[in-house]
Unconditional design. Structure first.
Lengths: 406, 400
């Protein structure tokens, strides 16, 4: 890492990602270990006229102390001011930037998974409110750290691993382009075309088929496919994820049938690793969750409320994704979910369905857990309302006419 | 770097005799970003005592530096409303509070415009002044040794030696070298309470400081009473607001301070700016002149923030038996230095030091800045309501 990379990454977060406007309050959520990027983001945001940068540092080891020692009847407690901060940021039409990059491997190792599952922090449920009300222009960016680099490239020396992670993060974030902003404009155009072709196809359900996977997910009558550029209620465009490669919608939480095998490991927000995940759905509910590792913690998460075991998102990613092309497993949802098609247990997005009636039907939950189910060997087929089957992805390539190969 | 045993002992002082954390309480911890190790230890011990939630606020001078450097000048005084609301809610829920302190790196703000720096008051929040004076929160401040701090205090030593020395100093002044630090603090608190009682029996109307560059009279309120070491919350929880503590203090009349005073130790403001060679002239209770060899502008900006910030909220007496005073070390950290010697403070006052009828008269401010005015060559004399002069401290020794 050098100063130039750090400040380009900060600018990417502030300009391309959150699109911070003069006069805005900017929330930054960063783990301890991300101080350098948090400070660079603060500098970049202030240079663009931010009114205040409110950095919220998260400590995975503090969470560990809580799960280890706190009285068990307190583990779900979150002080009211955590949520109020988020809601106030929405009221003030602020911006928010989250940095992702592992700081403490296996922070919760050896702790009771039942207890671990009950503490949802750093996730705050009010976040879903500001996301759905579109009051905040926000983004999540990847920040290379030493522990993360070690995890991704265990065969390399630390310095080489960190250098490689920076190279790959710069590549997938299109920071290696002469004009990253322009490069993102182009990719967003492609994703926009894919989304509109999917919307024109008038789909009732999506069918995933591959090894260990045969899952049909029903859509709501007015589910809309969106790509990853959003606009706030005030018309500020932003990229919620940088990088982003997906086209997604909110499905019918009552219609998912069959089995699915995850195609990539999943790292939960608290650092717990889930590998070899398999889930069986009946009537939209995950009725069986098994995994080689981490199944119990994940089950704890899905039991937090009724919606925790139902689907809030289905997302399609084609093989042209820079992340998918690298073939690296990053053990980080922000990147891995953009490598492959995925679904999410938990909260749906009310903005990805059109009618008020359907919005009320989208999945409600305090959690949102993405996991990867696509790759070049998983066929994705759309089922039209008239019963016709429309191939969507074969061998990782878009099959619908309106989408040219990238 | 810090020996784990010292981290554990300091953390135990913080949640034990210091803040006296109760089962079911929310515990607020405030610390600079470099103090993660001890923050986690305090959190773990708070949870083991049954805390309901530990709410940590980290202060990052690097983020503040970015603000002072790059933010638009008209925004520098802005603080998001949720900062203050969090403090009020901590008060309303009768939380505990631990502040862990080491002086901020004095180089953190090198080269920045002092006027811009003076306008950003963070991490200080005036809401804490209100909440602490409501006495809803059992709280403490403890020191924690760091390498930059050690370099500042012992520049003549190499880094490892300087750090070892600072650790030993902290062990000593926090009485961790006693077989039972908790009972050592109980005993010292009782002594300070006794001095407080004797001062109260004198029925003083004013205090007179005289020494090189100093000739200052500070009037007291009719009900000003002297308090040592221990505080109680409205719920009757006993706590030690400062560990270590060596002072006996009261709340003066904010309208009666006259004369000049020369600070006897350097002062580090909460954001790390250093004030050296401070001299202040008071008229009718107000600081009308502030001069210093270094840092005068930042301090003047602090003192200009509200009506009460240029008036006195505290006067505190410390005798030479203080372990901190005995070391003779300048720690560049108010928590320690103010317990080395007698001091006064600009800004908010402790309402608990006066009775109800005088509460409306105590100084009100969003800030509280202690500075040291005592020393062996500063005589402290009490003036009784009858006009009699009573020596209080001579050569740093109690005369009462």
């Amino acid at each position: 890492m050098n100063e130039a990379d750090l400040s380009r990454l900060a600018d990417l977060a502030v300009v391309v990602g959150a699109n911070v406007q003069p006069g805005q309050i900017v929330g930054v959520t960063a783990e301890l270990g991300h101080e350098e990027i948090a400070r660079a983001i603060a500098a970049s945001a202030y240079e663009r006229g931010a009114k205040f940068v409110d950095v919220w540092y998260i400590d995975p080891l503090l969470k560990r102390a809580r799960i280890e020692f706190a009285p068990s009847d307190t583990l779900e407690y979150v002080p009211p001011w955590y949520g109020k901060r988020i809601l106030s940021l929405g009221d003030q039409r602020g911006a928010n930037i989250v940095t992702r990059g592992l700081t403490v491997p296996n922070a919760l190792e050896g702790l009771d998974p039942q207890r671990a599952g009950r503490d949802q922090l750093p996730r705050v449920k009010e976040t879903s409110v500001i996301v759905n009300e579109r009051t905040v222009n926000w983004t999540i960016v990847a920040y290379p750290t030493v522990p993360w680099a070690r995890l991704c490239y265990p065969g390399l020396e630390v310095d080489a691993a960190l250098a490689r992670l920076w190279e790959e993060v710069k590549h997938v974030s299109r920071l290696d382009e002469p004009d990253p902003l322009e490069a993102w404009e182009q990719r967003i155009d492609q994703l926009e075309r894919a989304a509109s072709a999917l919307n024109d196809a008038d789909l009732d359900a999506v069918h995933f088929e591959g090894e260990g996977t045969d899952l049909t997910i029903g859509l709501l009558p007015t589910s809309i496919w969106r790509m990853a550029r959003w606009e706030t209620a005030d018309g500020v465009r932003h990229l919620p994820n940088v990088p982003t490669e997906e086209v997604f919608t909110s499905p019918d939480p009552e219609r998912a049938e069959g089995r699915v095998r995850s195609t990539k490991p999943l790292v939960l927000s608290d650092g717990t690793m889930v590998t070899g995940l398999e889930v069986r759905f009946e009537g939209g509910r995950a009725v069986e969750i098994t995994a080689d590792e981490g199944a119990e913690v994940l089950r704890g998460r899905t039991e937090i409320d009724d919606g925790g075991a139902r689907l809030g998102e289905v997302a399609l990613v084609d093989g042209e994704s820079r992340i998918g092309q690298l073939g690296t497993v990053f053990y980080e949802t922000l990147l891995d979910e953009n490598a492959a098609s995925h679904i999410a247990l938990g909260a749906g997005f009310t903005f990805s369905v059109e009618s008020a009636e359907d919005r009320a039907r989208t999945n409600q939950s305090a959690t949102h857990i993405d996991f990867m189910i696509g790759d070049n060997d998983v066929d994705v087929t759309g089922l039209r309302r008239d019963g016709e089957r429309v191939p969507l992805l074969r061998g990782g390539v878009w099959q619908i006419a309106a989408v040219p190969a990238a | 770097m810090t020996p784990p045993a010292l981290t554990e002992q300091l953390a135990e002082l913080a949640v034990g005799i210091g803040a006296n954390v109760q089962p079911g309480q929310i515990v607020s911890i405030s610390a600079e970003i470099d103090l993660q190790e001890v923050v986690r230890e305090v959190a773990a011990r708070a949870y083991r005592r049954g805390a309901k939630f530990v709410d940590v606020t980290y202060y990052d001078p690097g983020v503040k530096r970015a603000r002072i450097q790059h933010a638009s000048p008209d925004t520098l005084e802005f603080v998001p409303p949720w900062y203050g609301r969090r403090v009020f809610e901590l008060g309303e829920s009768h939380s505990a509070r631990v502040v862990i302190t080491a002086p901020p790196d004095p180089q953190a703000f090198d080269g920045l415009d002092p006027d811009r720096l003076g306008r950003d008051q963070l991490p200080a929040l005036s809401e804490w002044m209100e909440v602490l004076s409501d006495r809803t929160v059992n709280w403490t401040i403890i020191p924690y040794p760091t390498v930059p701090w050690a370099r500042l205090v012992h520049p003549e030593l190499d880094e490892d030696d300087a750090f070892d020395r600072l650790c030993r100093d902290i062990v000593h002044v926090c009485r961790l070298d006693e077989p039972d630090p908790t009972s050592a603090w109980r005993q010292r608190s009782a002594e300070l309470a006794d001095v407080g009682n004797r001062l109260n029996a004198l029925d003083l109307d004013a205090i007179h400081f005289e020494g090189p560059g100093t000739d200052l009279r500070i009037g007291l309120l009719p009900s000003s009473s002297w308090i040592g070491a221990v505080s109680w919350t409205v719920d009757g929880l006993e706590h030690l607001p400062n560990v270590p503590t060596e002072e006996v203090f009261t709340t003066p009349d904010p309208e009666r301070a006259d004369g000049r005073v020369r600070s006897t130790k350097p002062l580090v403001l909460v954001d790390g700016s250093l004030v050296r060679g401070l001299e202040v002239r008071f008229e009718g209770g107000r600081a009308v002149e502030i001069d210093a060899e270094q840092g005068a502008e930042v301090l003047r900006a602090r003192v200009a923030r509200d009506g009460g910030a240029s008036r006195l909220g505290e006067v505190a007496l410390v005798d030479r038996e203080s372990r901190i005073g005995q070391l003779g070390t300048v720690f560049y950290e108010t928590l320690l230095d103010e317990n080395a010697t007698s001091h006064v403070a600009f800004g908010s006052a402790y309402e608990e030091a006066v009775s109800e009828e005088d509460v409306p008269r105590v100084n009100k401010s969003g800030t509280h800045i202690d500075f040291m005015v005592g020393g062996d060559d500063v005589d402290v004399t009490g003036i009784t309501r009858g006009g009699e002069r009573v020596p209080l401290l001579r050569d740093g020794a109690w005369q009462v």
